[in-house]
Design a binder for this molecule. Structure first.
Ligand SMILES: [Zn+2]
Length: 521
């Protein structure tokens, strides 16, 4: 979260997040309308509280341990909840478009699911279009890998280990327990009363759904998921000790969150003590127990699938160059205030002042016109309007609004520009305390007033970096091989990590290696 001002503002205007920028960009080509998307989100928001009403704590038997446990969700609820969360996850973070890779991963996920403690769950696998390195499980058998983690894996065996680990979180009902706990906590906080207010209910529950991805497992859960991952991967015929290798790589990478706001691996999967040794020991045990002699690693098969994978932030989803923010898919640009920090999340662009006392949020609003969108905003936030009126922003019909919004952290003054462009309404909110507002107003309006259509084809036709898989000619050190593939000095270390190796490692002739091909000029 960027800072207190944004958090306070969001708590009043959560609905703003529902119409995602990235979702809009994804649908631009299909010509889908905002109304349709909002309708879907409304359905999701409304059905969650309904589902909640049916819950009562009950005693169930844990599918893995066989021991009784308190569980708010029946298996049917789990699957329903998973399906609802899935719609939101897909809308918020977007699916990475690679049919071949996706169907290969989905097959593996289903095959391993059938070998697990809960073979009858409808396992579903999806690739999230973000560069953060992580994998997620939500109740009911929904498994997500980011394209970031797919770029970091180096064999089918590593992949199967991580897949088994995530399936383990589902089969041992860790994700269902987390959800139960989150539910109990929100009842304790008095959120139970929100049913009186449909709008609030909608936004709070909509948040909790995607919030599933941000919940952190306990170390015990994590250890158990490792054990289950090893078991399922071995049953599927893979050398599960490769999972230990991957954890070693992950520890060196120590991946953080990316612009999408999704957290990195270790913030949702805490690192248990002696994890690497434990995974190695368990994989020996399972190999013997199952009498598996010829376990597979399948490095080349996996690497070939990653050729062409988008790597790092994708500029097609928005990027900053020389103080200007460009969105190539939605074709607009605006200046970023000098020295402000910009976060480009899938649903919103957030800009925060150095002193963190002022912020500008940019997203998509809904309504038939800029004026109606502004009215909707005022209604929903119960804002006190100070001034409002129609304006034009670089030829685009717009509505300017200055108002005050009461939040838990106090009164905020807000200037908003609602701008109509190609059937969509974009909105900027410039936010600060009442005291700081006059000082920030000029800066706010400079950014908002310079919003305009992007027509420069060089800025529109940007390309992301991509993984390319190349073959080393001869046996040599990784360092030499990478240099001969044109990897620049400054990127050597990262390139070695990407391959799960060290620069000093000797590699055999014809080894496949991943290198990053630069896209964005
Ligand atoms: Zn985990």
């Amino acid at each position: 979260m960027a800072n207190a001002i944004i958090a306070a503002f969001q708590s009043v205007t959560v609905f703003v997040k529902i119409a995602g920028l990235r979702a809009a960009a994804g649908r631009q080509a299909e010509g889908d309308t905002l109304a349709k998307r909002n309708f879907v989100m409304t359905l999701v928001g409304l059905s969650l509280p309904l589902l909640f009403l049916c819950w009562a704590p009950s005693c169930a038997v844990n599918p893995v341990s066989g021991r009784p446990e308190v569980m708010l969700l029946s298996e049917g609820d789990e699957v329903k909840l998973g399906g609802q969360t899935d719609v939101q996850v897909v809308t918020q973070y977007g699916i990475y478009d690679d049919q071949k890779l996706a169907s290969y991963l989905n097959d593996l996920c289903r095959r391993m699911g059938k070998l697990s403690h809960r073979p009858n769950l409808p396992y579903q696998f999806k690739i999230l279009d973000t560069s953060v390195v992580n994998a997620f499980a939500v109740p009911g058998g929904y498994i997500y890998f980011t394209r970031g983690i797919l770029a970091s894996l180096n064999s089918e065996a590593e992949l199967a280990g991580v897949m088994g680990h995530e399936i383990g979180h589902v089969t041992a009902r860790h994700s269902a327990q987390q959800y139960s706990r989150a539910q109990l906590a929100s009842i304790g906080l008095g959120l139970g009363s929100i049913f009186s207010d449909t709008f609030q209910a909608l936004s709070e529950f909509a948040q909790l759904g995607v919030g599933m991805l941000f919940l952190k497992f306990s170390r015990d859960n994590e250890r158990q998921a490792d054990d289950l991952g090893v078991e399922y991967a071995t049953r599927a015929g893979y050398d599960a000790s490769q999972l230990a290798r991957f954890f070693e790589t992950l520890e060196k990478m120590n991946p953080g969150s990316d612009q999408s706001g999704l957290p990195g691996w270790f913030s949702t999967h805490p690192n248990p003590e002696n994890r690497v040794q434990a995974v190695r020991a368990r994989s020996m045990e399972w190999r013997e127990r199952l009498g598996k002699g010829d376990l597979e690693v399948k490095s080349e098969e996996y690497l070939r699938l990653t050729d062409g994978l988008v790597f790092g932030e994708d500029p097609r989803q928005g990027y900053v160059e020389e103080g200007l923010f460009y969105h190539p898919a939605l074709r607009f640009q605006f200046p970023v205030p000098p020295d402000w920090k910009l976060n480009n999340t899938p649903s919103q662009v957030q800009m925060v002042s150095k002193e963190k006392d002022a912020a500008i949020l940019f997203s998509i609003a809904s309504g038939p016109s800029s004026k109606e969108a502004a009215r909707g905003f005022v209604d929903k936030t119960k804002a006190a309007v100070i001034r409002s009126g129609l304006i034009e922003v670089n030829g685009l019909p717009s509505y300017r609004l200055i108002c005050e919004v009461r939040t838990q952290q106090g009164l905020l003054r807000v200037i908003s520009y609602f701008i109509e462009k190609e059937r969509r309404i974009y909105v900027f909110h410039g936010i600060s305390s009442v005291a700081r507002f006059q000082k920030s107003l000029g800066l706010f309006e400079r950014t908002m007033g310079q919003f305009k259509t992007l027509s420069d084809s060089r800025k529109i036709n940007v390309q992301p970096d991509r993984i390319r898989v190349r073959t080393a000619g001869k046996a040599e050190t990784l360092d030499k091989a990478l240099r001969s593939m044109g990897v620049p000095e400054k990127d050597l270390k990262e390139a070695a990590l990407l391959n799960g190796k060290s620069l000093g490692d000797r590699i055999p002739a014809h080894t496949l290696l991943k290198v990053v091909e630069k896209g964005h000029p």
